[in-house]
Design a protein around this ligand. Structure first.
Ligand SMILES: [Zn+2]
Length: 341
């Protein structure tokens, strides 16, 4: 478990001159930019697509990043929809949108870089390192270094579906404030994962939220809409945006403990629970059947909690991760009762 961060020092709220990739973004301007990454073996130049919006009013500078894992496309769509709602004429501060960070993986529909490295385990990176390390370094130096806050979008990994949730450092007051404003049903603090963008941002004292939901290579409309509304609520909480009226954030649980339950035998999986279900200790969550004998092994909840991730594969090997349970630590505040008439 990584250490919890102290409150970050306040960042300069206004940018006098915003330059992204060396190109000036003027007040009230929306610019579409391409940051050179490398050349493909074909000789074709590969670049990082960026949309930068700079408001007329001073304020924070927020990056939004999607597809660090190239097959996690929900975030790309969330960013596209959020950017469509922003008007640099009324925006405060600036937004730097990078909907496809792992351009290689996005083209290949793969989580990884062509060398099978994981970009979100390659931060802070190096200008002379591996392909992933160079891309991580470019993103940190050209985008993150300009920003006061960040939001990074992910989904579950291959053959896994995640409940919509925000990952944030619960010990960082600014991150916690914004995570609550986001309004996903769970705020989960998994500690700092070595090599992740989140860990690299915290080292630079930049509060970052990671929004996770759904599965790779598929759009999930409910996950996308929660992500769009959550991001706009965060921009509103930062005083940057006041567009359309949004529904209030859902009351959310905070959690730091999650556990994968693994198959005790190989077989055919029958889940008896769904994503987002509250379950009690000892409850049967799944049965794994032998395809010939009809014998089945049950999987029970080791503690009371909430179903957080599920495999989407009905055939499991012994040891496969089936289901992830999160222990709920802090209940959401009760809704205020209406005063008596
Ligand atoms: Zn991811």
């Amino acid at each position: 478990m990584a250490r919890r961060g102290a409150a970050p020092p306040p960042r300069p709220p206004a940018v006098e001159a915003l330059r992204v990739g060396g190109q000036l973004v003027k007040r009230g301007q929306r610019r579409r930019l391409e940051l050179p990454v490398a050349r493909l073996p074909t000789g074709t130049a590969l670049s990082l697509p960026v949309t930068a919006l700079r408001g007329r009013r001073p304020g924070p500078v927020v990056w939004m990043s999607g597809a660090l894992h190239g097959d996690e496309v929900n975030g790309t769509e969330i960013i596209r929809r959020v950017v469509r709602e922003l008007d640099p004429g009324t925006l405060g501060g600036a937004v730097i949108a990078v909907p496809i960070v792992n351009v290689y993986g996005f083209i290949e529909r793969s989580r990884y870089l062509p060398d099978r490295r994981d970009l979100n385990r390659s931060f802070p990176g190096s200008p002379v390192g591996s392909l992933a390390s160079r891309l991580a370094h470019l993103f940190l130096t050209e985008i993150v270094s300009l920003c006061s806050h960040g939001i990074d979008f992910h989904t579950g990994a291959q053959r896994r579906r995640n409940l919509s949730h925000v990952r944030a450092d619960l010990g960082n007051p600014e991150a916690l404030r914004l995570a609550r404003a986001f309004g996903a049903p769970i705020i989960y603090d998994p500690g700092r994962i070595v090599g992740s963008l989140r860990a690299a941002a915290y080292r630079r004292k930049i509060p970052i939220l990671v929004y996770e939901g759904g599965e790779p290579s598929r759009f999930a409309d409910d996950v996308i809409e929660t992500g769009v509304q959550g991001t706009l609520r965060v921009l509103a909480a930062l005083g940057m945006w006041e567009g359309r009226e949004l529904p209030p954030p859902q009351p959310c649980y905070e959690a730091t403990v999650a556990r994968w339950l693994r198959a005790g035998r190989s077989g055919i999986l029958g889940l008896e629970t769904a994503l987002g279900d509250r379950v009690q200790k000892g409850q049967v969550l799944a049965r794994i059947a032998d395809p010939f004998s009809g014998r089945r092994r049950v999987v029970r909840a080791p503690f009371s909690g909430l179903v957080f991730s599920l495999t989407t594969n009905p055939l499991v090997y012994q040891g496969d991760a089936i289901l992830r349970l999160v222990r709920l630590e802090k209940r959401p505040p009760r809704k205020k009762r209406a005063p008596p008439p």
